[in-house]
Design a protein around this ligand. Structure first.
Ligand code: NAG
Ligand code: NAG
Length: 415
């Protein structure tokens, strides 16, 4: 990052010349800051004969540009390094820019949209709403002020420092909506986008904390266990009652007093629908004031099924000793009643004598031996699904060897 700016420079002491002072202005964009190293390029500002080693005492007054915006007004530091080429020379000063004003304030009021009420008989100076904004800049750059930019018919004013919106005392028209456009700005003049505040001089319906809600719940969510609350606030400070205007398959229940939503029965991802749209109503004062919010519920698959092999034992007799690692000996197969990656199966075996492919085909890992107890190889194969917490099914494989020493190799069946 290279920041260009202007400087007022005062050289206050030069070694060997204690009385020397020199002041001059660097116009905007003649000095720059690069990785916290300030290079003030001074043209035709010879303060001292360059053929001597010297130490200057720099007092830089910052007049312009990003450093000034960052609240840095002076640098007072010794410079020991200077060089010249003809009539130019450079001074290096290490500075640390704590903060550059590059963030505009952001509104932080909730819920959205910004709504309020006021009694039409409210006296002057009645608090109606509190504006709030945050500025990511530190220090003085982060201090936010508030302004009424439009609307309100002179009936409301905004306190610049606190952001409090108050009545001015001009008469308020009952049941009229006043729309105020407000802005916030930091001390360097960076402005937030304008916000609209709606004030009704009378009652207004409850406001949900969100315009829409959306939530994903696992398929094994127990019935009756609340998985979402959709609270609404009453502007009249009255109790709010909740109900479901749209409730697909009567699958959902809402607590009338709290707005807690739960399932009326458990759902199965494999057999039930995955997406539901609900409409929640909040009402007060015997339903004379009500509003509605959409709730989207998405059911997600849980790894609730275990992979199952089609047979618990797979066996094959008469396997000739002459089989190679390219000979497929047996095919095993498992299935999983979950969906997608929860149903993706990988096969494993712990036997050092056999290999199992991704598709469940078993091959010898090396030469097989007829001379073993009962001429039998017996081992376990596993099917593991792709769930976050994988589930495993097992089966047993038995391969009985045939003695084909004196005979040419021959398969008992085509493979
Ligand atoms: C600059 O710093 C020196 C030493 O820290 C101090 O004596 C001097 O008064 C300062 N000058 C200004 C203009 O702040
Ligand atoms: C409600 O709105 C907030 C802010 O937009 C959002 O972060 C949150 O996820 C929403 N809640 C639901 C349940 O959708």
């Amino acid at each position: 990052m290279l920041l260009w700016f202007g400087l007022a420079v005062e050289v206050t002491s030069v070694v060997g010349f204690p009385e020397y002072t020199h002041k001059f202005i660097l116009p905007p964009e003649t000095a720059y800051l690069d990785h916290h190293l300030l290079l003030a390029v001074l043209k035709n500002s010879v303060v001292y004969s360059m053929d001597k080693e010297f130490t200057t005492y720099l007092n830089l007054q910052i007049t312009d540009g990003p450093l000034a915006q960052a609240g840095l007004s002076s640098i007072n530091q010794t410079s020991r390094e200077a060089f010249t080429s003809l009539d130019w020379y450079t001074m290096r000063v290490d500075v640390t820019v704590m903060d550059v004003n590059d963030n505009a304030p952001e509104w932080t009021m909730v819920p959205f949209p910004y709504l309020s009420v006021v009694s039409s008989a409210a006296p002057p100076n009645t608090l109606v709403y509190k504006l709030q904004a945050r500025d990511k800049d530190a220090g003085v750059n982060g201090e936010v002020e508030f302004f009424l930019s439009d609307g309100g018919d002179g009936r409301f004013e905004v306190d610049r420092k606190s952001g409090h919106v108050r009545t001015t005392g001009l008469p308020l028209q009952r049941d009229t909506e006043y729309l105020l456009t407000v802005v916030s700005a930091d001390r360097q003049g960076s402005r937030s986008p304008p916000a609209i505040l709606s004030i009704i001089a009378g009652p207004r319906p409850p406001q949900f904390t969100n315009i829409t809600y959306s939530i994903s719940i696992p398929e094994n969510t127990p019935e009756g266990q609340p998985f979402l609350v959709t609270p609404a606030v009453s502007f009249q400070r009255q109790p709010v009652t909740y109900s479901l205007l749209i409730n697909p398959s009567s699958l959902f229940i809402i607590q009338p007093e709290t707005g807690e939503i739960s399932l009326s029965r458990t759902v199965d991802y494999e057999s039930d629908q995955h997406r539901y749209l609900l409409l929640v109503r909040a009402s007060e004062n015997q339903e004379s004031l009500s509003s509605a919010a959409e709730v989207r519920v998405i059911i997600t698959d849980e790894n609730d099924c275990v992979p199952e092999f089609l047979q618990s034992i797979y066996s094959k007799d008469g396997v000739p000793e002459t089989v190679t690692t390219a000979t497929s000996l047996l095919q095993v197969s498992a299935s999983d009643c979950d969906s997608e990656q929860n149903a993706e199966i990988t096969y494993y075996t712990l036997s050092p004598d056999f290999i199992i492919s991704a598709h469940g085909t078993i091959f010898p890992a090396g030469p097989l031996d007829y001379e073993r107890p009962n001429h039998l190889y017996e081992f376990v194969v596993m099917a593991v699904d792709g769930g976050d917490i994988p589930r495993t099914g097992t089966a047993t494989v038995r391969l009985r060897m045939a003695n084909v020493n004196d005979e040419p190799p021959e398969f008992s069946q085509p493979v």
